[in-house]
Design a protein around this ligand. Structure first.
Ligand code: S3P
Length: 180
């Protein structure tokens, strides 16, 4: 008999879209463990993300993202909340793996809100330059269609509270898994 399809909820979206915070909220509400692909990479390499970018470059970091997704596909349990790094959708094999892992939700956020949220810390190597706003515009341009293509559902988050977003995701996920 084929094994049951995984029932993970996967959060994708740009840096600062609230994936980690909403992941925690979903985890508390549903009682599922929350997993963060960036945290798995840090654990695996024992290096902070900014150091991986500085020492080995972005492509090496993207290789690590693919490796972590492969691990997640082979693991139990399959009822988890998976928060991802903003660039995980860049590779086609990652986009396919994310959809195989469960219900993929794209947290859509305006560029103004991204600028506001990401200016609070310098932890993101891709934005640690002289023109973070221009970089955000350029990356959003490159990525928007890839988020759309990967997601089973998109949620406009501007103006919604975390509990409101979480409630919407849970309702949609129930429907999605019921109709698999
Ligand atoms: C990245 C987003 C970051 C992290 C890395 C690269 C990106 O994660 O994976 O700095 O390419 O957008 P968050 O989206 O959690 O900030």
């Amino acid at each position: 008999m084929p094994s049951a399809p995984p029932k993970n909820i996967i959060l994708i979206g740009f840096m600062g879209s609230g994936k980690s915070s909403i992941g925690r909220e979903l985890s508390q509400t549903l009682g599922y463990p929350v997993i963060d692909t960036d945290a798995l990479i840090v654990k695996r390499t024992r290096k902070p993300i900014r150091q991986i970018f500085a020492d080995e470059g972005e492509e090496a970091f993207r290789d690590l993202e693919s490796a972590v997704l492969t691990d997640l596909e082979s693991e139990q349990p399959t009822r988890r909340i998976i928060a991802t790094g903003g660039g995980i959708i860049l590779r086609p094999e990652n986009r396919a793996a994310l959809r195989r892992l469960g219900f993929v939700v794209w947290l859509v956020v305006s560029s103004a809100e991204i600028v506001r949220r990401t200016s609070r810390n310098r932890d993101r190597p891709l934005l640690d330059n002289d023109d973070p706003e221009g970089t955000i515009t350029r990356l959003l341009d490159q990525r928007t269609n890839l988020y759309r293509e990967t997601a089973h559902q998109e949620i406009e988050t501007d103006g919604l509270t975390f509990p409101e977003i979480t409630a919407g995701i849970i309702e949609s996920a129930r429907y999605f898994f019921a109709t698999l």
